[in-house]
Design a protein around this ligand. Structure first.
Ligand code: PRX
Length: 686
């Protein structure tokens, strides 16, 4: 926009969505309130109702000083909020800070012998590792020394991590943060190819990985993916110079894939050289990037959301303290993966900034049985638990009575990532929480850094199936398609936006500022020339309704993104992977409601003329999706159709396909160019 001077890529074709998650959202009636338990309120960090006044819109932006004051600063900032170049907001300008210092060093005086990370291996026979703050400090320093001395990394460099859920992952992130190096962690379940795309986009010279890890009872070869990633990056013209490999079992190579001489370095072999070394944390500008987190968008490849050091850390620390209610003596378990934003904010940075003990669990929740999480909770005395509706549904299905068998006591529980059905919420509350834990349903996104909507646990009543109002400092609004504001509490569905900027919001899309503006701010911008933040509401891409009490209910994505088990997948990414199979001429992905995962993708394909449909072709297409993106994107079904339902102008009618997959009425199809194909597709998809 007016102040953006960076080079502009050619304008990509705007895609239109003719079916969205929000349209096939699960609807349920409004539920009755549930009050937070009084023992929770008595100990809560935030129980002062004056908070809403302090964070009223007219107190913006200085109200956010309270967030940043939770951190240690080398140099205090001069300007809390700089809006001179909308929507490229800058927070705590002039401040100098280091995220690693705030998560590790500053706790040593009072908490050095306290556990920072409980690492729980998936095999139950393996001992839990308890890493104290002092041990974390020592190991982060040694690894930071290795990165600096051996690999020549310096502030501003990007490094891609493709690591599983092990203690070495937060350790690696913190070592990067100590040096001012920007980390880009890729979910370990993603394929080598998906990792390569992120390496290339972020121009990482270094890939940090692990040889193997346990998942669902198997020791997976993970090193293999690093070779694919390096090869694919090279094919795209980008050289990965070094691959750093942590050993899952120090001293032993646990992968059948051999090392590549001259490129691969085994971290555990090199570390002894750096024993006892100390690396001073680099005082970084508050607005320097801390990390990139790639996420799916409406078009093309995933985009790198760039998060700042000062604003992001302030935001996750405040929300961890006041919405998660973390006290230093708490044992906190967020059963997400650090490869997603939830793990960055609420396994690593938020809890560690508050000197809590954070649990890192390697494996799947219901392995070897659905009692596993509750055994872990009992053994480690976990009192704050955080997970997704998908995990809750699976644990409820596989072991509805398991929680009662274990003696743990949660004071607080979180649900995040998808809408939660009231029946599932109630099982979570009654069985998992034993009726004693408060629940927060937190709505937010990769782009946001931390929670946007949630009840404040000691101040609001809970309402099953509703996220809640904006958290203190966040002022949501719902617009209709024409840009008209829906009245507060109208109960009508529209597009949820946030009126004001906040410190946790991403700064831009890595190397694509134009897309950042276009995708998140253009839609409801009142005046592109305005430097007033009030003219630039943030457009989230979710449908929502607000009830009369101010609570928001999130309906789902209104764009080409499907939320599968709480993870975002671009329909375009899956379709492109299908089109790589030479037999395929057209592909269309639609979201289908799923009892456990919320939504899953159905993939419709049309083959080249003359090719007969076969199970083998379907398998090949499915395999292409898995190797391009990862197993998480595997379509529920590949349905080979004789032709796609199309408008007269040749546009694929995904709405019709979605209706068929969701066993809904496809409506009037007589205006299609080929209405007769609908019945054929119905019988194939039946
Ligand atoms: O559709 C919303 C859904 O997840 C999307 C964001 O996904 P991601 O960036 O991967 O981040 C997930 C975890 C922060 C949103 O656009 N979503 C997230 N939380 C909720 C939700 N839908 C309903 N209720 C929630 N609590």
């Amino acid at each position: 926009m007016s102040k953006d001077t960076s080079p502009r890529p050619a304008k990509p074709k705007q895609t239109s969505v003719d079916v969205s998650e929000a349209q096939i959202a699960v609807h349920w009636p409004e539920e009755d309130y549930v009050s937070p338990p009084s023992p929770f309120i008595a100990q809560a960090n935030l129980a002062d109702p004056g908070i809403f006044q302090r964070f009223a819109l007219d107190k913006f932006p200085e109200s956010y000083k309270e967030f940043a004051d939770l951190l240690d600063w080398y140099k205090y900032w001069d300007t809390t909020f700089d809006a001179s170049n909308p929507p490229f907001w800058r927070w705590f300008v002039g401040g100098r800070i280091n995220a690693c210092h705030n998560c590790v060093d500053r706790h040593l005086a009072r908490h050095k012998n306290k556990t920072a990370i409980h690492f729980v291996p998936e095999p139950e026979s393996e001992a839990v590792q308890h890493l104290t703050y002092q041990e974390l400090f020592v190991r982060v320093n040694e690894f930071a020394a290795l990165l600096r001395e051996h690999c020549g990394l310096k502030a501003g460099d990007r490094v891609t991590l493709h690591m599983p859920m092990v203690a070495e992952l937060p350790l690696t992130m913190l070592a990067c943060a100590r040096l001012g190096v920007i980390h880009s962690q890729v979910f370990s379940g993603f394929s080598g190819k998906a990792c390569a795309d992120r390496i290339v986009d972020s121009e990482s010279r270094l890939l940090i990985t692990m040889d193997a890890y346990h998942r669902a009872g198997k020791l997976l070869d993970h090193k293999e993916k690093a070779d694919t990633a390096a090869l694919e990056a090279a094919n795209a013209g980008h050289a990965v110079e070094k691959v750093l490999i942590w050993q899952r079992y120090p001293g032993k190579h646990s992968s059948p894939t051999p090392l590549v001489q001259g490129r691969d370095l085994v971290v555990n072999d090199l570390l002894p050289k750096f024993r006892g070394q100390r690396v001073e944390p680099v005082p970084m500008p508050a607005e320097a990037p801390l990390f990139l987190m790639y996420t799916s968008g409406t078009t093309g490849k995933p985009k790198g959301c760039q998060h700042s050091i000062g604003g992001y850390l302030a935001y996750v620390t405040w929300t961890s303290k006041n919405i998660q209610d973390i006290h230093p003596e708490d044992v906190y378990w967020c059963m997400a993966d650090i490869g997603w934003i939830t793990g960055h904010s609420y396994i690593v940075y938020g809890p560690l900034a508050l000197a809590a003990s954070s649990v890192v669990y390697e494996g799947v929740p219901n392995h070897p049985d659905a009692g596993r999480p509750w055994r872990i909770a009992e053994a480690l005395d976990v009192n704050i638990f955080h997970t997704s509706p998908t995990a809750i549904r699976a644990l409820r299905r596989d072991g509805p009575d398991e929680p009662a068998k274990y003696h743990y006591r949660f004071k607080h529980m979180t649900t995040v990532g998808e809408p939660i059905e009231p029946a599932v919420w109630k099982w979570y509350y009654n069985m998992v929480g034993k009726g004693q834990a408060v629940i927060v349903d937190t709505w937010w996104q990769t782009e946001n850094g931390g929670f946007l909507c949630s009840t404040v646990p000691a101040l609001h009543k809970m309402k099953p199936g509703s996220a809640g109002p904006g958290i203190p400092g966040i002022h949501p609004v719902i617009y209709d398609d024409e840009g008209k504001e829906l009245a507060m509490g109208s109960g009508k569905a529209g597009n949820i936006c946030i009126r004001n900027p906040w410190p946790g919001a991403f700064q831009t899309i890595w190397k694509d500022p134009d897309r950042y503006v276009r995708q998140y701010y253009k839609r409801y911008c009142r005046d592109p020339k305005s430097r007033d933040w009030r003219d630039w509401p943030y457009f989230a891409g979710d449908g929502a309704v607000q009830a009369a009490d101010g609570y928001y209910r999130i309906l789902g994505r209104i764009d080409d993104v499907i939320n599968v088990a709480g993870h975002r997948l671009g329909t375009k990414e899956i379709e492109s992977a299908a089109l790589l199979v030479a037999d395929v001429v057209e592909a269309a992905v639609v979201p289908v409601a799923d009892e456990i995962k919320g939504k899953v993708p159905d993939l419709y394909v049309a083959l080249k003329p003359g090719l007969a449909p076969s199970a083998a072709i379907g398998d090949k297409i499915s395999a292409s999706v898995v190797s391009e993106i990862g197993a998480i994107a595997r379509p529920r079904r590949v349905i080979i159709v004789p032709d796609m339902p199309k408008t007269r102008s040749g546009k694929i009618m995904r709405r019709v396909l979605a209706a068929i997959s969701n066993r809904q009425d496809p409506g009037d199809v007589s205006t299609l160019a080929n209405p007769e194909v609908v019945e054929k597709i119905k019988s194939l998809a039946g």
